[in-house]
Structures are given as structure tokens and as C-alpha cells.
Design a protein around this ligand. Structure first.
Ligand code: PSU
Ligand code: MN
Length: 304
């Protein structure tokens, strides 16, 4: 069995050197409520197609890692109760012929092996608050250290320990660039007080960095990716006071419910959507669309 199966559309685009952008499925399956999740999955693909970029939504269906889904595959990731699958889960799903929605880590892993160099998501996983005792740090970080993919993300969610996440990315030698920003963005909010070393202002600058990374790697594929931190435009961000208030409630609810491990992120996201009266969901969709657009521009620059 092939380790992954590119769709005919994705295979043709890669073969011909046309731009391709990978999209993850955990955000659809576990990060957004139904039925908006299906609309979002379709819309992200449409944004890419409207710019001449081939979408490669990635998921494991019936044991086969799929790179690029058809309409039925997109429906399945939105409507079925799929396992949340990180890199370590891929062989288990394959052995059991099971399906799973891929996290940023698993999506980046499969994208890199398929030859896709640009990936759009909402927010990268990171170091959870309290990680110094729970050890809860997303495999998104360590995986990016060994997968040559540019991940366009609106930073990481403010529910995480954001300074610790940036420290870990430094330790793992994953470069971080701010896209038209000097500070790290906070998912629903455009800016944190955490400065970044590097700022880029155009997709061509990102493409140049990706080419330099490739040139420096001597053909190796087990090399770091790139985190492109792309803030939501400030006029679209969530009200910061409301954000702080709802987050505090969400942490209290998670503690009370005793949620742990990989259930934490979906729990907090679901709670926050309800407690914000849906406002956080609209912001989440806006920042994800914004990331898809920037990823398209980068993929086009890279293919040029
Ligand atoms: N951030 C979001 N929405 C999400 C996720 C992150 O705003 O749905 C998902 C991504 O798939 C990410 C995963 O890879 O959560 C990280 O989960 P964990 O912390 O369990 O590694
Ligand atoms: Mn975790």
C-alpha cells in the first residue's frame, strides 16, 4: 500500500509544478461546529481554486492517507465523527482501515512527503498552559522541526502558553516570520506583546526563504519547515476585553470538567464559541480565510 494517496488533481498539479496548498482536517472535524465546518471546508478550497491554486485537503479515509479530497471526502471529514489523528496515529489508522482527521502535525507530515511546500491552517498547536507539570505540548511543534512545509497560521491560540511556544520553536530550530507584522499574533487577536526577530512583507520574500532552506538542506527532506505568523486584520479581531473574559470562563470550565490531553483544544474551542455567542467563531473563520489567501499567494510565488 502506498503511504499516501494524492488525488488525481493534486498529483497533476504537483507534476506540472503548479501551486498547491495543503489544508488540515482537524480544524474541520474538531475545531469548528457543524454545519459551519462543512461550509468552511468547501469555502477554503474555493478560495484557493479562485486563485488558480490546487487545494489539497488532507485526511485519513478508511486507512488511506488522502492528499486532496473529492466532495464526498470533504463531506465525510465534516459530518463523520472522526478520530483526531496526529503523526503517531497514522499507521494505526492504516492497520485498522480507520478514518481520522489530521492535525497540523499529521497534515504537515503528509504534505511534505507528497511534495507540497505550503499549508494553511487556523492556529498552530503549541505548549499548553501548565505544561511544566502536564508535559502537554502539541506534536505540531516537534513535527514542524522535521517537515519542510511553510505553515501559515494566525499565531497560536491565546489559550496556550504563547511565550513558551515561541521558546520551543526556537529550541527546535523552526524559523518564525511575521507576515506584515513585528509581533506574534494571538489567533483571535492581531497582536501579542511578543516581538519577532523577522518580518516579511510579501509572498515573494517567503518563497525566497523556502528556496534558501531547500538549498541549505542538500536534498534532505527531514529538515525544518517555516512558521508564517499571519495576523487577522485588526478591524476583524475579537474585542480584547471580551476575549479575556470568555477565556477565563473557558479555563474554569475545563478545570471543572477535568478535561485533559488531546481533548483540551476541542473542549476550549467549543466552549469559547458558545460563551462568545458565536463571535469567536466568526473571527476564527475570518482568520482562517485570511491564512488561506496568504498561503495561496506564497504557493503562487514559489511556483513562479
Ligand atoms: N487550533 C485551532 N483550531 C484547531 C486546532 C488548533 O484554532 O482545530 C487543532 C489543529 O489541528 C492542531 C491541533 O494541530 O488542534 C493541536 O492539538 P493538540 O494540542 O492536541 O496537539
Ligand atoms: Mn496535547
Amino acid at each position: 500500500m502506498s503511504p499516501f494517496e494524492p488525488s488525481p488533481e493534486v498529483a497533476a498539479a504537483l507534476q506540472e509544478g503548479r501551486p498547491v496548498v495543503a489544508l488540515e482536517s482537524t480544524i474541520i472535524s474538531h475545531g469548528l461546529p457543524r454545519p459551519r465546518n462543512h461550509e468552511a471546508a468547501v469555502e477554503f478550497e474555493e478560495i484557493l481554486r479562485s486563485r488558480g491554486v490546487t487545494p489539497a485537503t488532507i485526511a485519513v479515509l478508511d486507512g488511506v492517507p488522502r492528499v486532496g479530497l473529492d466532495a464526498e471526502g470533504v463531506r465525510r471529514i465534516a459530518e463523520e465523527d472522526l478520530a483526531k489523528a496526529s503523526v503517531r496515529d497514522l499507521p494505526i489508522l492504516a492497520a485498522r482501515h480507520s478514518s481520522g482527521a489530521t492535525t497540523v502535525a499529521a497534515t504537515a507530515f503528509l504534505a511534505a512527503r507528497a511534495g507540497i511546500r505550503v499549508f494553511a491552517t487556523g492556529g498552530l498547536g503549541g505548549v499548553h498552559r501548565g505544561a511544566s507539570s502536564t508535559f502537554d505540548e502539541s506534536a505540531d511543534l516537534s513535527t514542524l522541526a522535521g517537515c519542510p512545509v511553510a505553515v501559515v497560521s494566525a499565531g497560536v491560540k491565546s489559550v496556550l502558553d504563547v511565550p513558551a511556544t515561541l521558546e520551543r520553536l526556537e529550541t527546535l530550530s523552526v524559523p518564525v516570520v511575521g507576515y506584515r507584522t513585528d509581533v506574534f499574533p494571538l489567533f483571535w487577536l492581531a497582536a501579542s506583546d511578543l516581538p519577532l526577530d523577522w518580518r516579511v512583507d510579501s509572498p515573494e520574500e517567503v518563497a525566497a526563504i523556502l528556496r534558501a532552506q531547500e538549498a541549505a538542506a542538500d536534498g534532505r527532506l527531514d529538515r525544518p519547515g517555516l512558521l508564517v505568523a499571519n495576523p487577522i486584520p485588526v478591524e476583524q479581531q475579537w474585542d480584547p476585553a471580551e476575549h479575556d473574559r470568555v477565556l477565563e470562563q473557558a479555563f474554569a470550565a475545563a478545570a471543572e470538567a477535568g478535561v485533559r490531553g488531546k481533548a483540551v483544544t476541542p473542549f476550549l474551542l467549543g466552549y469559547i464559541v458558545r460563551a462568545s455567542g458565536g463571535v469567536s467563531l466568526e473571527v476564527n473563520l475570518d482568520l482562517a480565510r485570511n491564512n488561506v489567501r496568504v498561503a495561496a499567494d506564497i504557493a503562487i510565488a514559489l511556483a513562479a
